[in-house]
Design a protein around this ligand. Structure first.
Ligand SMILES: *Cc1c(COP(=O)(O)O)cnc(C)c1O
Length: 452
């Protein structure tokens, strides 16, 4: 007996409506920015959509199209410049639809072999770009936070093999991403950060001081985290110095490059990432600067076997997967069931080639440098730091936080751009995070003009 809900091809009107919606959304150029509404407004507009008998797919789609979608900001609009935007390629987005239609279990080789093979080719490519040796590999997880957690759990397991249980500490930069503190909280370990406030980049000297500080607090460092492009400023730590210190102190060297590590694909930027080749693990998020849809983080280990020892889940119903020596992606992170979320990036890389990626990233960096120069040339604006990658942080002279907030709100209301306030050392500012190849210099200048 087939339930009506599971009858293949039964509702061709709904299928056509969905395909049409997806095609129309993808063809928008540019897609409207839109903006949030309150729960009360949304309830008034959408009504109660969950009912005993269902409202029907076409009606539900129209609620989405007319009410819900306009109440979500389009992160792929070229003038979405806050946080880290998203700019998936057409091929990557299209293939995300294929992944959705394919019901692939990405946790085991037995079930997902073909898809896992393709994901692994991408991870191998990233490992090679980073300078890691053959044999490096890992898994695509949901996001950088989970990638950092998974890597640092392996790091602690390794430390415990020689030192047993200790009051562990992660050493990182004062400018490290907030997820490192979250990871430490989940793991029940401490974070001791080295001062990187002067330049934004953690130096060997500052890392060494943090290690000393940890020891003075009777903590035992087990991992040194270098940031491969801070989220606030896009500044890369002194990875070569950090690699050496990690080695000297027998610390696991993890590089958090969720946003910025994509920069390693650009020849001119390679020297900035020198030292990365010594990493025990690194992450980079395809949904940030590798033009893939949400949500994906590539997590790569120098020696994946250590990750397998730390993360493999054992259970009666799972042992059939564990007993042969297959490559099961679940074994390399804090996850079990997983979507093959690396496939949109695989398809896009296979479609356009690596060179297209190199040039798109390089163009973003060039645009950041150009708009930084424009900002410097305007007496009413002040560049907070020279950009290294594609984040540009600046102040409007004389503005307090509420000025930025009011300006930002109006900018979105007028559908010109989405640029939110940020701050540096307690002083408000704003920033352009540029990862969309469709963002233009003229658009950015027009946004600057609204501040005059
Ligand atoms: C964004 C970011 C993270 C967190 O990644 P999510 O995918 O948002 O979980 C971690 N580290 C850095 C440097 C980031 O920029």
């Amino acid at each position: 007996m087939t339930h009506e809900m599971h009858q293949a091809g039964a509702d061709s009107a709904l299928r056509d409506a969905i395909y049409k919606y997806a095609a129309d959304r993808m063809a928008m150029d540019p897609v409207p920015l839109d903006g949030p509404k309150s729960p009360e407004e949304l309830l008034k507009l959408a009504g109660q959509t969950i009912t005993e008998r269902g409202i029907g797919g076409v009606a539900a789609l129209s609620v989405f199209e007319e009410v819900l979608a306009p109440a979500t900001i389009s992160t792929d609009n070229p003038n979405f410049l806050s946080f880290i935007p998203a700019a998936p390629t057409e091929a990557a987005t299209l293939f995300d639809l294929v992944v959705s239609a394919s019901s692939i279990y990405g946790g085991s080789w037995t079930e997902g072999a073909g898809a896992v093979f393709a994901e692994n080719q991408v991870l191998e490519f990233l490992a090679k770009e980073a300078g890691l040796p053959d044999g490096a590999g890992g898994v695509f997880v949901q996001g950088g936070t989970l990638g950092n957690l998974s890597a640092l759990v392996v790091a602690r397991d390794e430390a415990e093999k020689t030192l047993g249980k200790q009051d562990w500490a992660i050493i990182c930069s004062s400018e490290a991403h907030s997820s490192i503190k979250s990871v430490a909280k989940v793991m029940g370990v401490s974070v001791v950060s080295g001062d990187a406030s002067a330049s934004g980049s953690l130096t060997g000297t500052a890392a060494r001081a943090a290690i000393e500080e940890a020891k003075n607090k009777n903590l035992v460092p087990f991992a040194l985290v270098g940031t491969g492009g801070t989220t606030n400023f896009g500044i890369v730590d002194q990875l070569a110095e950090l690699a050496k210190i990690a080695n000297d102190h027998s610390l696991w060297f993890h590089v958090d490059g969720a946003y910025g590590l994509a920069g390693m694909l650009v020849d001119d930027l390679k020297p900035k990432f020198s030292g990365l080749e010594k990493a025990d693990s690194f992450i980079v998020d395809p949904h940030k600067w590798l033009f893939a849809p949400f949500d994906a983080c590539a997590l790569v280990y120098r020696n994946p076997d250590l990750a397998r020892q730390a993360h493999t889940q054992h259970g009666e119903y799972l042992e059939t997967l564990n007993k042969n020596n297959d490559w099961n992606p679940s074994d390399y992170a804090f996850n079990l069931t997983r979507r093959v979320r690396g496939l949109p990036l695989w398809f896009s890389l296979a479609t356009y080639g690596i060179a297209s990626y190199r040039s798109a990233i390089s163009d973003n960096v060039a645009l950041a440098a150009k708009i930084a120069k424009e900002i410097t040339s305007r007496p009413s604006l002040k560049l907070v730091r020279e950009p290294e990658l594609s984040v540009v942080v600046f102040e409007k002279v004389g503005w307090v936080l509420s000025d930025y907030e009011n300006w930002s709100k109006k900018l979105l209301e007028d559908q010109i751009g989405f640029v939110v306030p940020s701050s540096h050392r307690g002083k408000p500012n704003t920033r352009f995070a540029i990862v969309n190849p469709n963002t233009t210099f003229e658009d950015l200048v027009a946004i600057l003009d609204t501040m005059e």
